[in-house]
Design a protein around this ligand. Structure first.
Ligand code: GLC
Length: 553
């Protein structure tokens, strides 16, 4: 598949980005109003989370009509205008396609429920093991069983996510055809690409059996026909020239090399999440463990090397609408807020792959840290609270976990300015705005050349202008350093050395030979030349081939 080293994607969580109508909910018109901001930032593509007709049990990841726009987000005319206006600014639009499941309110599922056997084959309806016992012991990703009983049919249906999201049966060719026609519809609208939601979960096993060791994921992740189904989709819909990115749940490097091989026929790139599980105790998102920078470095290095050696392409990302804010998670919300946000950005976005920047990350937006359950809107978070308290945690403890892990931490409205509604909406926002918009906001940062926003702009400009950053070889240096992530991007004309202290302590690093070249980016004044880095200090040094540089030592 085509390589996208020169692309930089910005993720818009539509509900919280910009409200053009004053309803308190972001919409397509609001996105159009902010296209000049996105152009200023220097992105090439915009990924918009689902805005299709949906009961919004899971904020649009539960679709009832894949080719119509939910009126609260706008009209098809608004969408056509968005495509045109984005194109004028050199920005391509990427749509979010949720094909592992539909809403249970989708007409297909409703027909299935009313006894239509043709549509029952669109989903997985199975008899229980015995009365009252679901077909397998699998858990839903949002807690509880992955099966829901339908008394009228005396069968259970599979829902890997909420009860309102029934899994589609991709083994049924008619389902795959229906999905292909949805893609063709949007291709005619001149979109630039697609993000496929949890795409590696769509090929279910032939036989549904209990998972002896876990929650079921080993039974349905990267399933038996997954590569075949993706190839078929790409081939029948002519997706080769589109930017296609698959969200891969609990996947493996080996599969990702096939999903995103540069010489293959599957996707342009993948989202893999291993680096974002580094602070889960025993892989459990709701059990907090302090993260070790060295572990984070090893995982990132493993994927960089693996995808490079496998000639495959990865995405580069720290956060999205399902993750907490990166500066709160791996950086510092206090004294080193700015330095840590910059160091983390340089560490990630100069790697080999395509950057995906989640809205507000470029401002250093922080977790919401809600202190009451009633502030939460996310179905997963509310269920997690119930599960945590039923397991004996106090309400206070459960809220503390949510304040670090809830998806709502990153779903608060975009902070455009310091006015009461942060410039997001003239109406009452659907979820509370972070009070720190008084000092963390786009308007203020745009005026300040030392801001996080300008740092992101510079990083993206560097990527856009440098073939080495886009396609150069990745190599890690000083691999046993516990605090500093240090790597090179090596190209024909130059070599970049990226040095990032990821701790709030002073740290040293070691290089095989003295560092030559010019410091082209640094997040402190007078970058150190002694190998002693200040808290969260980072430097980017460029050495041109054949140039006579002074040694930095
Ligand atoms: C993906 C989405 C997430 C959603 C889930 C189910 O992980 O990013 O927001 O809840 O799929 O569609």
């Amino acid at each position: 598949m085509g390589a996208f080293g020169g692309a930089s994607v910005y993720q818009v969580y539509i509900k919280s980005f910009s409200d053009g109508h004053g309803s308190g909910i972001g919409d397509i018109l609001g996105i159009i109003h902010k296209l000049d901001y996105l152009k200023f930032l220097g992105i090439t593509h915009l990924w918009i989370t689902p805005f299709y007709v949906s009961p919004e049990i899971d904020n649009g990841y539960d679709v009832t009509d894949y080719t119509s726009i939910n009126p609260k987000y706008g009209t098809m005319e608004d969408f056509d205008l968005l495509i045109q206006e984005a194109r004028k600014r050199g920005i391509g639009v990427i749509l979010d396609m949720v094909f592992n499941h539909t809403s249970t309110q989708h007409p297909w599922f409703q027909k299935a429920l009313s006894g239509d056997t043709y549509y029952q084959q669109y989903y997985f309806f199975r008899k229980g093991k015995q009365p009252g016992v679901p077909p397998t012991n699998w858990s839903s990703k949002f807690g509880g069983s992955a099966w829901k009983y339908v008394p009228a049919l005396d069968k259970w249906y599979l829902h890997l996510f909420s009860e309102g999201q029934a899994d589609l049966n991709w083994d049924n060719q008619d389902v795959r055809k229906a999905i292909q026609s949805v893609l063709s519809f949007w291709e005619q609208k001149q979109v630039a690409g697609f993000r496929f939601d949890v795409i590696n979960l769509v090929s279910k096993p032939e036989l549904f059996t209990d998972d002896q060791n876990g929650d079921g994921r080993s039974c349905y992740t990267d399933g038996p026909h997954i590569h075949e189904y993706i190839r078929e989709l790409v081939e029948t819909c002519g997706l080769k020239n589109y930017l296609t990115v698959g969200e891969m749940s609990s996947t493996h490097l080996k599969d990702c090399i096939s999903y995103a091989s540069l010489t293959g026929n599957e996707l342009s790139m993948v989202f893999s999440f291993q680096h974002l599980k580094v602070d889960y105790a025993d892989g459990d998102k709701w059990r907090i463990q302090k993260f070790q920078p060295s572990e984070l470095f090893s995982i990132i290095d493993m994927w960089q090397r693996g995808m490079q050696e496998g000639n495959a392409w990865n995405t580069l990302f720290w956060s999205n609408h399902d993750q907490p804010r990166v500066v709160s998670r791996f950086g510092d919300e206090g004294e080193y807020w700015k330095q840590s946000a910059k160091s983390l950005a340089a560490m990630m976005y100069l790697l080999r792959g395509t950057p995906f920047i989640y809205q507000g990350e470029e401002l250093g937006m922080t977790n919401a840290h809600f202190s009451t359950l009633s502030s939460y809107r996310d179905i997963e978070s509310i269920k997690a609270y119930d599960i945590l308290t039923s397991q004996g945690n106090t309400a206070k403890n459960a809220l503390e976990v949510l304040s670090q892990r809830s998806r709502d931490n990153s779903r608060t409205p975009m902070q455009w300015d310091s006015t009461p509604h942060a410039g997001f909406s003239t109406g009452n926002p659907w979820i509370a705005i972070n009070p720190n918009h008084a000092w963390i906001n786009a308007e203020g940062e745009k005026k300040d050349p030392d801001s996080i926003l300008w740092w992101y702009k510079r990083l993206l400009l560097l990527r856009a202008q440098s073939a080495t950053i886009q396609y150069g070889t990745y190599k890690r240096l000083d691999p046993t350093n516990p605090s500093v992530f240090l790597y090179q991007r090596i190209g024909k004309e130059d070599t970049f050395t990226i040095i990032c202290n990821c701790t709030k302590n002073y740290a040293t690093f070691q290089l095989p030979s003295p560092l030559k070249g010019n410091v082209i980016l640094a997040n402190y004044l007078n970058p150190q030349k002694t190998g002693l880095l200040r808290p969260y200090e980072c430097l980017v040094v460029r050495e041109k081939k054949g140039a006579h540089h002074a040694t930095l030592s």
